[in-house]
Write a protein that binds this ligand. Structure first.
Ligand code: ZN
Length: 688
């Protein structure tokens, strides 16, 4: 074990909120690993931040009609806050739009250029003359040459996972204007991965201990032969290519930025620099990044393996001075109720929504017990409820409750003395020691699922111990034995609170409060678990329920919400053109469409998809309930002009009157945009 550990979690992309799939991939396992190591009193630093460059952010900004900066500001703040509420304990959460990040990324690019690493290539690339934009990555879509999927992006086919370049696509289309692009000449810097491959292979071979799913993917990349990758792009948003480097090559630098996958992992370094500045020791970052006694661990999802195991290490290697990752414990994917999670189709459990309804630890525990560590896993609300009720409440919660209720009632809430240990007492002591060691061993080897099982097994044994000892019987028959049992139960609770802390920090804190123990579960020592005990005469605090049971109807609501998403997906299937029934102009004229202006919009309680709108139709004001909350925030809607179906029969939605409907265009991928007349159109005008 090295002196220092630096842990990174994949930088979440700042163009949308977080869902449980993200959490199970790169954040919760990392947080458990870090919290455990803090209890081991190791020097460990936990770094993350928002990835704020790249094409999807620009696309989203264009769609919403705002600047890319507005998009990243919104999601950076939102995700940072949600992580905090969920107990993900980053030491620093940076962002790749910061000045430090720009300088650091440009510095690394410059050094690689000086080292003669890059190859320059001038070639023809797809260009959208209407948008005046080169179509890199996700700015272009078309048919995947490998599997025939029709909506493959220019950088990757989401269906078969093949990495693509825009020119590979059959029948490419601009994602901005949906027009067919032309070819235009441009110059870019390439990282010659084919040349670097032998060095990477040698380095990977020195890590036979890595997870098989990670090594498997890396080796298949090697077998295919690594291809040189462009590390610059023609885009107006991102870290600019340094002017001095471009000038030396005689390349026009306008609108040339570093490829997001070149600068994003550098975000780990720049965030560490900012953390060091915050500590008042600006050079401190080097002890984690440029010191052979530091160990680098990247927590990611499997879709990021190529970047963290090949491209970023290649960059660091060719730069020199930096440590290379010691381990990259990538997780597989999490599915939801047997279906693939989908951000664009809104089929997900959003962290933000979850936190409004449930305790963070219930999800932390459920996910930790079922992480996609070696293969894909499935999250279901029924399992969530069962884990919470049958394990957290009935096992840990029950043990805590019965122990401290008994102590309160029979020992005035004061720690009684222990007698000499009998066989069962000794077994309990051994179980605690064993669980501490085994759990630690599992976490150190990134087997969080097994560590979680170990913790629950110990709590299960503690309950059995309480039952077998039957203190309610010995209370009269053998008071000394009864006191001894309760002493051991209270100290077991003390041990459990520390061991729970990495997985369930909030509940550990609650138990700590009941224990009235000194310090906090965060400052406790892992190695003292089972040996450090609370003294006789120690006074406990009030007993409180640690885990309240979750009712069936609460869970059913969540299941229904997801089912509604699946149903609406089926509803939306547009029928083929020949099947659309024709109507006469008179039939169409029966629909009264009018231009309206949204006066105000507000969220509706308990309805994630609905917004309550007040709309001005010129002659009157209408209240309309619209299912657009997943696509627009209330702020974006105020003062917006829309087209309203004005003669729709009024209806009640979730108890609220809706008098009309706003028209929206719904794309095949589920994305939605309101139909908007020109700004000059007067309110109340008839649409025909
Ligand atoms: Zn494909």
């Amino acid at each position: 074990m090295k002196d220092r550990i630096i842990v990174t979690s994949a930088l979440p992309y700042a163009n949308g909120p977080l869902h449980i799939g993200h959490i199970a991939g790169a954040y919760l396992p990392a947080d458990i690993y870090v919290r455990y190591n803090r209890l081991k009193k190791r020097d460990i630093l936990f770094i993350c931040g928002s990835d704020e460059n790249g094409v999807p952010i620009m696309l989203r900004a264009r769609k919403e009609g705002v600047s890319p900066q507005a998009i990243v500001d919104r999601y950076h703040a939102m995700n940072k806050q949600d992580f905090e509420k969920f107990g993900i304990s980053f030491d620093y959460y940076g962002r790749t739009s910061s000045a430090t990040h720009r300088e650091t990324s440009q510095g690394i690019f410059r050094r690689l250029a000086e080292n003669g690493v890059f190859r320059l290539k001038t070639e023809k690339q797809l260009y959208d003359p209407e948008a005046k934009l080169f179509l890199a990555d996700r700015f272009v879509y078309g048919t995947c040459p490998k599997c025939g999927y029709e909506n493959a992006y220019g950088d990757q086919c989401e269906k078969c996972g093949t990495s693509l370049s825009p020119a590979d696509l059959i029948d490419p289309k601009s994602a901005v204007t949906n027009t067919t692009p032309v070819m235009k000449e441009t110059t870019h810097w390439y990282l010659p991965l084919a040349e670097i491959q032998p060095r990477l292979e040698k380095w990977i071979a020195s890590h036979p201990d890595w997870k098989p799913n990670v090594l498997g993917q890396v080796k298949s990349w090697f077998a295919d032969g690594l291809k040189d990758r462009a590390v610059t792009r023609d885009l107006p948003w991102g870290v600019p290519v340094p002017e001095d480097v471009a000038a030396k090559e005689g390349v026009d630098v306008e609108n040339k930025v570093l490829y997001v996958w070149f600068d994003a992992p550098i975000g780990y370094i720049s965030a560490t620099k900012e953390w060091a500045q915050q500590q008042g020791d600006p050079e401190l970052w080097k002890k984690y990044w440029q010191d052979e006694n530091a160990s680098l661990v990247h927590f990611i999802g499997k879709d990021n393996i190529v970047f963290h195991c090949l491209i970023f290490p290649a960059m660091l290697m060719m730069h020199g001075d930096f440590v290379l990752p010691d381990n990259v414990p990538a997780n597989e994917f999490l599915n939801l109720e047997g279906n693939k999670l989908s951000t664009s189709r809104n089929y997900a459990v959003w962290l933000k929504d979850y936190l409004e309804k449930f305790e963070p630890d219930s999800l932390r525990y459920t996910l930790a017990a079922n992480l996609p560590e070696t293969r894909d896993a499935d999250f279901s609300w029924k399992e969530f409820q069962a884990r919470h009720n049958n394990e957290l409440a009935d096992i840990i919660g029950n043990f805590i409750n019965r122990t401290f209720t008994f102590l309160k009632k029979n020992f005035d809430g004061v720690m009684p003395p222990a007698a000499a240990a009998d066989a069962l007492d000794e077994e309990l002591e051994q179980k605690i020691q064993q669980a501490r060691e085994t759990m630690g061993e599992h976490i150190e080897h990134f087997r969080i699922k097994e560590a979680t099982r170990e913790l629950m097994d110990l709590a299960r044994f503690a309950n059995k111990y309480f039952n077998d000892k039957a203190p309610w019987k010995t209370r009269k028959e053998d008071p000394e034995q009864c006191a001894s049992t309760l002493n051991r139960c209270a100290n077991t609770a003390y041990a459990l609170a520390v061991m729970m802390q990495p997985i369930m920090p909030f509940s550990a804190e609650k138990i700590w409060k009941i224990l009235n123990a000194p310090g906090s579960p965060e400052t406790a020592k892992w190695d003292a678990v089972g040996t450090e005990t609370l003294p006789v005469g120690h006074r406990f605090d009030e007993v409180k329920i640690v885990f309240k049971k979750i009712e069936d109807e609460v869970i059913q609501k969540e299941i229904d919400t997801l089912q509604a998403v699946l149903d609406s997906r089926e509803d939306k299937g547009t029928p083929p053109e020949e099947n659309v029934e024709q109507i006469t102009i008179d039939e169409f004229a029966r629909t009264e469409l009018r231009v309206g202006r949204i006066l105000s919009a507000e969220k509706m309680k308990g309805a994630d998809r609905l917004l309550k709108l007040q709309v001005d139709l010129g002659t009157e004001k209408r209240q309309i309930i619209a299912g657009i909350a997943q696509h627009y925030s209330p702020e974006q809607l105020t003062d917006r002009k829309v087209v309203v179906v004005a003669n729709l029969k009024p209806a009640k939605l979730r108890g609220e009157l809706s008098e009309g409907m706003v028209l929206a265009a719904v794309a095949e991928d589920g994305s939605l945009s309101l139909v908007a007349p020109d700004e000059a159109t007067p309110v109340g005008a008839r649409v025909r």
